[in-house]
Design a protein around this ligand. Sequence first.
Ligand SMILES: O=C(O)C1=C[C@@H](OP(=O)(O)O)[C@@H](O)[C@H](O)C1
Ligand SMILES: C=C(OP(=O)(O)O)C(=O)O
Length: 429
Amino acid sequence: MKSLTIHPSANLQGQCRLPGDKSISHRALLFNAIAEGEARITNFLPGEDCQATLGCLRDLGVRVEQEDATTLIVHGVGLRGLRAPAAPLNCIRSGTTMRLLMGLLAGQAFDTTLTGDEQLLRRPMERVAAPLRQLGARMETTNGRAPLWIQGGPLNGGQVEIAVASAQIKSALLLAGLYAQSAVTVVEPGPSRDHSERMLSAMGASVEKNGLRVTIQPAARLNALSIQIPGDVSSAAFLIAAAVLAPHSQVKLLDVGVNPTRTGLPDMLRNMGAQISIEDAHMQGGEAVANIHVQTSQLKAVTVSGETVVRMIDEFPIFAVLATQAKGATIVRDAAELRVKETDRIATTAEELNRLGADVTPTPDGFIIKGPTPLRGGEADSHGDHRLAMALAVAGLITSEPLTVTNTHCIGDSFPGFEGLLRGLGARL
Ligand SMILES: O=C(O)C1=C[C@@H](OP(=O)(O)O)[C@@H](O)[C@H](O)C1
Ligand SMILES: C=C(OP(=O)(O)O)C(=O)O
C-alpha cells in the first residue's frame, strides 16, 4: 500500500501547469470516438479515470493512437460505428465513465454489461438508468448499482426532469438524445458543469440551452474536434490551498480551466479573504482558460450552500482543510451528494480531519467546521479516495509534526504528478 509523508512546509514559490481537466478529457475521448474524422487531443489527462474511458472505447472498437501520455489521436467511428464488446466493460473507479457510457450505449444496436472496481460498484446508478428508461432505454441495475446490463435499441425523445443537479446524469441523457427519434430535453434542479453542451455544439450537434433546460436534437453526425484540454481547476484547488495555507507562499498556476460552472472554490476563497486573482482569461476550444495567482492568506469562515455547492462539488475535502484554518464556524449545506462520491466524503473527511485535531461536525447534507484549530501530524488515511488523499497531503503542510497519508495510490485517478508539482513549489514531501 502506497503512502506519502509530508513535512510542515513554508515558502511555496513558483509557477506550474496542471494536468488536463478530467471532465473535459473524458468527453473529448467519448465524443470524438463517435464523430466522423480524426481528432488530436493534447494535454489529455493520463489519470486512471480517463484511462478507464480509453479502455472501454477500445473494447468498443475505437482506434486511439497515443503519441505520448498526454497526446492522443482518436479515429472516430461515427455515431453507428461502435461494435459489441467481447466482454463486460470495466469502468474501474470512474463514475463519469460509467454514467456517460450508460447514455451512449442505450441507443446502440448491441447489448453491453458495465462493471468496475468494488468502490464504483457501491455508487448509485439508478439515478441514470431511471431517466434513460423514460426515453425507452432497456437496462437493469444490480440493486440500483453496477454491474448493469444495457440492451441497446431505439430511443424516444421527450422531456426528462432529473432529481439532482448532476452533469453526469445530464450528459448521459444528452448522449442518448443523439440517437433518439426526436428531441430530448433535460430539466435540471440547478446548474451543473456544462462541458458536454459546449463540446457537442462545437462538434455540430444542435444543443439549445434555456435556463435549467437543455434540448438536444437527434444527430446525423458529429464532426471530429481537435482540442487542447485546459488545466484541471479541481486539481488546481489543491495547489491553491497549499499556497493559501503554507506561510510566505506565492504561486501562479498557468492555463487553468475557469468555466464558471467549476470555479466555486476560488470564489468562496475570495469571500473568505484569500488573496487570489484570475488573470489573462481567454477562450480556448470553447472553454475559458486563465492563470490563477494566489498567496498566503488569513481566512474567515463562510457558509456554502445552493448552486455554489455544485460549482465546487469535488472540492469539499480540500475546502474542509481550508476551513479548519478559518476564523469562525464554516457551514456547508445542500451537499448530500458528497455522500455518494468515491467515498462518503462527509463522513471520511470529518473522520480524518478530526483525527488530526480539527473540529468538524458532519451533518446529513454537509458539515460545520470551527476554526482556526492547530492540526497535529501522525497518520491519516485516504479511504481510497483521491480527493481526500490530496486534501490530507496539503493539510500535512501545516501540521505540527510530519503527516503520513496512507493508501495514496488513488491520487493517480485524477492527478498524476501531484507529488512532483507540490515538491517543485518547495513543499517537503
Ligand atoms: O460530469 C463530470 O465530469 C463530473 C461531474 C460531477 O459528478 P455529478 O455530476 O454526478 O455531480 C463530478 O463530481 C465528477 O467528478 C465529474
Ligand atoms: C466524483 C468524482 O469522479 P467520478 O464521479 O467520475 O468517479 C471525482 O473526481 O471527485
